[in-house]
Ligand binder design. Structure first.
Ligand SMILES: C[S@@+](CC[C@H](N)C(=O)[O-])C[C@H]1O[C@@H](n2cnc3c(N)ncnc32)[C@H](O)[C@@H]1O
Length: 321
């Protein structure tokens, strides 16, 4: 079917090996997507184990419901932001009786490849980028057309790691002043503006390892969906609701989210927070997490070959102690 949901789950085997789901255990999937990871959990935790899944995108929810229809009695889907993890988990009776919480961060291939969602610089669609086009109002086009130049510099640099953030923000500000008011822009329009500002002719794009618009597009996506704040809010909640022995597993796709995960894991697994100058430990600090893999797990060469989009994925797992 031309319109079927498209996404290949990343690091699925590794994730399941670390969680080792068994009959009767409950899990929380914070990023349901097309339901690939949830399916792996549901195949193993029956006949009574449940999965509570969060997802912002209604199209993904419909696809996951269809794919996982045989598990409908054991799968609870909430069309909410995982930043509400703790309250929703309590509301649905998922508190202290769970064995693992997973996050597969970012966006799905289905979202990236559908021009009308506006995530890709390769398409010609509305510059949208909302994970939840029904509940969220701010689009990437709104940011480009209305945010102060200073804010554009900040997000391009911080969320995109774009070295030419200032030049790009200046050029975009000058360009938008000439646009008709309130006319939403298209992905391809922003790409042309970026190339013009950087003085890159279309014909020379082949010599770039990554497309010159990549970093601005990443920055806009993170800003539209408040991605880093959501993750920062959800991590302590996940730790609070996990019982001792429960595992927290996260797959991230860029260094900004991976840094948040790594720092949280490092802070929560410390057994002392005394200043290094202190002769003896007086802090009485207790670690709350044990790292299960010291180094992030990356996809195998075989996985990257079948699913090139998995190449930047990193899996980190920790256990509540
Ligand atoms: C990489 S995909 C997940 C794929 C899924 N694990 C699978 O195997 O099919 C990430 C999904 O998380 C959703 N998402 C991103 N941020 C979210 C948030 N804050 N709350 C709920 N869902 C979110 C996106 O809409 C997207 O569908």
């Amino acid at each position: 079917m031309a319109d079927s949901y498209q996404h290949l789950s990343v690091l699925a085997k590794e994730l399941i090996d670390f969680l080792a789901p068994s009959p009767g255990q409950n899990f929380i999937d914070c990023t349901l997507g097309g339901g690939g990871h949830s399916q792996q959990l549901l195949e193993r935790n029956g006949p009574r184990g449940k999965v509570l899944a969060f997802e912002l995108d209604k199209r993904a929810i419909d696809a996951a419901r269809a794919r996982l229809s045989e598990y409908q009695d054991r799968l609870i889907i909430v069309n909410k932001n995982y930043a509400h993890l703790e309250s929703e988990a309590k509301k649905h009776g998922f508190s202290k009786n769970i064995f693992g919480i997973i996050f597969d961060l970012g966006l799905s291939s289905d979202q990236l490849d559908r021009a009308q969602r506006g995530f890709s610089f390769k398409d010609h669609g509305p510059l949208d980028m909302r994970f939840d086009p029904v509940g969220q109002t701010l689009t990437a086009s709104d940011i480009i057309l209305t945010w102060p130049e200073k804010e554009l510099v900040k997000i391009f640099a911080e969320y995109g790691g774009e070295k030419k953030a200032k030049i790009l923000a200046r050029g975009i500000a000058l360009w938008r002043d000439k646009q008709k008011q309130n006319q939403a822009i298209k992905t391809s329009m922003l790409v042309s503006v970026i190339l013009r500002i950087l003085k890159i002719p279309e014909s020379s794009l082949k010599r770039f390892r990554i497309h010159p618009a990549t970093k601005v597009f990443q920055a806009l996506r993170i800003a539209v969906n408040n991605e880093l704040d959501n993750l920062t809010q959800a991590l302590p909640q996940a730790l609070d609701i996990l019982p001792v022995g429960g595992r927290l597993a996260l797959i991230s796709f860029h260094s900004l989210e991976d840094r948040i995960v790594k720092q949280f894991f490092r802070q929560m697994s410390k057994d002392c927070i005394c200043p290094s100058s202190a002769p003896i430990c007086v802090c009485d600090y207790k670690p709350r997490l044990k790292l299960i893999n010291k180094k992030g797990i990356r996809p195998t060469a075989a996985e990257v070959k079948t699913n090139p989009r998995s190449r930047s994925a990193v899996l980190r797992v920790a256990e509540k102690i």
